[in-house]
Ligand binder design. Structure first.
Ligand SMILES: [Zn+2]
Length: 590
């Protein structure tokens, strides 16, 4: 089984004829779209069809080209050619802005006449949601010239800062003494040591990580201030109340839904603290759990996986749920879709990149053999399955909002987790539950701290830039609020703002609560499989419409109302059950 991904289906290399040809096509389509204008002799249907057709083709080439370039950079931060291509492409695509704004304004002025577009054209009917959303968003648009200028300045502004942050963290090396020998290790590898069985290694890795940030904290703080500053300027200029309002609109989500979700999370904090308290007790900490032991394994049974074993385990456990999904996962493993192992200059963490033009995805992971690494693979493959369900959709109907982005991944992760729990001995159960709960703690409690942090960051950044020290104390404050007094005050993580790339995307602010939404939504959807015969069909149809309906409408496909607290409480009850069971098992076996 190959452990590095293969990108040949995209291009053989940057100098290939194929890459050059697609680039040529992309550029000429861009030109054609930019010449789009309201010609009086053409009907609204003709005008709209022309735009949509060209846009679809243009995105086709762009997605292919930029996927190849970005994926190449993600496994080799030092590849300057790939970096340059990403930069050129991202800059080029901003040229779409002017014609898109022109089209959007024309569309919104059609008002009631827009209906006739959908009645008289199958193509436009297929893109009704896309077009309606464009029209509705035109109220937040600036003039054509301003939009173009803003998009171009973003390339040298927030996008450049975000790349700097990525470069700083992916090339940062951490000095660590391993078995008496001093080593320079990549950040991702050192962060992975948080899962190590050896308590001393976990602690040393944490201390070395914190010390290493000294080298990049000023650059990181500058990047964060610049990005958040740009976001504040732009959202205000566009007429949004706040960046949060923009995120909700972009998420196709009602404010009431977020409030209900946050309330449910706050109700569950005391339950999570029971779990964390127990974990501190098991590990022998008297002053509360230190941050570096949040991921510490509990129990004597080692659940380690070779990469091939992990693949087999995932496929085997998805099969009872859906043989189609299992076959799909199997194909991903056997067709070199996955770049599995950590190496120098490779980005940390894991992600899935769906590539609509080739109807496939690629998954990047930093697999080192832990049970949680295995679940991460199941998670990312869930994303890939989501992409698979969308492959027949128009590329313009595949852009799903952040909160729905985690539905399929959590679903798949939950399925593998439940199966593992089912077949495990009590001792293994303790290990699996611990793993699950430490993950859930991240997604609910830590995410809550990140939400508080980002809200506060925006409020303060509005007045002035924040120093690294100020960012650190903001982070500590947020962590205390979320975790309460069950963490060891002396050992929190003041640099989480530097570590998490989510804060560094101007286009996606508050990329935190969507994880909590996705986790609880995925759990809730998964729970529905119990009393539902054709559940998998319902589930697939839910995934299929994620790019062309509002969240509440998508949820309706599975009879869910995300605006009601009841739905969220039910998902959280599932976690509460796990906490109770964990404590019981811990008393017996830990
Ligand atoms: Zn995910």
């Amino acid at each position: 089984m190959e452990k590095q991904w293969n990108l040949d289906k995209l291009y053989p290399d940057f100098d290939s004829r194929e890459f050059a040809e697609d680039k040529k096509n992309f550029l000429s389509l861009l030109k054609e779209i930019n010449s789009w204008s309201v010609e009086q002799e053409q009907s609204p249907v003709q005008l709209a069809e022309k735009f949509i057709n060209k846009l679809k083709k243009c995105y086709f080439y762009y997605s292919k080209l930029v996927a190849y370039s970005r994926l190449t950079v993600s496994v080799n931060a030092e590849d300057e050619r790939a970096q340059k291509e990403v930069e050129k492409l991202e800059k080029k695509i901003t040229e779409l802005t002017r014609s898109r704004v022109r089209f959007q304004k024309w569309l919104s002025e059609l008002d009631d006449r827009a209906k006739t577009l959908y009645e008289n054209s199958a193509l436009l009917a297929e893109h009704e949601f896309f077009l309606e959303e464009l029209a509705a968003k035109s109220q937040y648009l600036l003039s054509e010239e301003e939009e173009e200028l803003a998009a171009r300045l973003q390339q040298t502004g927030s996008s450049a800062w975000s790349k700097l942050h990525q470069r700083l963290t992916s090339t940062l090396t951490v000095t660590l003494k391993v078995e008496g020998e001093k080593k320079e290790l990549p950040l991702s590898e050192v962060r992975n040591m948080a899962y190590d069985k050896n308590a001393d290694i976990r602690k040393k890795a944490y201390e070395a990580e914190i010390a290493a940030y000294d080298k990049i904290e000023k650059g990181g703080a500058a990047a964060l201030n610049a990005i958040k500053g740009e976001v504040l300027t732009m959202t205000e200029k566009r007429g949004y109340d706040s960046p949060l309002e923009k995120t909700l609109k972009d998420s196709r989500m009602e404010e009431k839904t977020l409030e209900t979700l946050i309330e449910a999370i706050e109700n569950s904090l005391s339950d999570f603290r029971k779990y964390l308290k127990k974990k501190a007790e098991i590990l022998g900490h008297k002053k509360g759990l230190p941050f570096y032991d949040l991921f510490a394994p509990v129990g004597e049974v080692g659940l380690e996986f070779e990469y091939e074993e992990a693949a087999e385990f995932i496929v085997k456990n998805i099969r009872p749920l859906s043989s189609e999904m299992a076959d799909f996962f199997k194909k991903a493993f056997s067709s070199s879709w996955i770049d599995a192992l950590p190496r120098a200059n490779k980005r940390g963490g894991a992600f899935c990149y769906p590539i609509h033009p080739i109807q496939e995805s690629r998954v990047m992971a930093n697999f080192t053999g832990s049970f949680s690494n295995m679940l991460t693979l199941a998670h990312e493959l869930g994303h890939a399955y989501h992409g698979h369900c969308l492959k027949e959709e128009s590329i313009l109907n595949t852009d799903y909002p952040m909160p729905l982005a985690e539905t399929a991944s959590i679903f798949s992760e939950t399925a593998v987790h439940e199966a593992a729990l089912e077949e495990a001995s009590p001792e293994e159960r303790l290990v699996i539950l611990e793993n699950h709960l430490s993950g859930a703690t991240q997604i609910i409690v830590d995410i809550y701290s990140r939400f508080i942090f980002e809200k506060e960051l925006f409020a303060e950044r509005k007045e002035a830039s924040l120093s690294s020290d100020e960012l650190q104390s903001l982070m500590i404050q947020a962590q205390k609020e979320a975790y309460g007094d069950v963490l060891d005050e002396e050992h929190l993580h003041p640099y989480m703002w530097l570590n998490k790339s989510h804060y560094y995307s101007a286009g996606q602010n508050y990329y935190n609560f969507p994880y909590a939404f996705g986790f609880l939504f995925g759990l809730g959807v998964y729970a529905l499989k119990e009393d539902n015969d054709n559940f998998m069909e319902k589930y697939k149809s839910l995934l299929k419409v994620t790019g062309k309906k509002k969240i509440s409408e998508v949820a309706k496909q599975a009879d869910i109302n995300p605006g009601a607290g009841e739905f969220w409480e039910k998902s959280l009850d599932k976690v509460r059950e796990d906490i109770t069971l964990f404590i019981k098992l811990a008393d017996e076996y830990a």
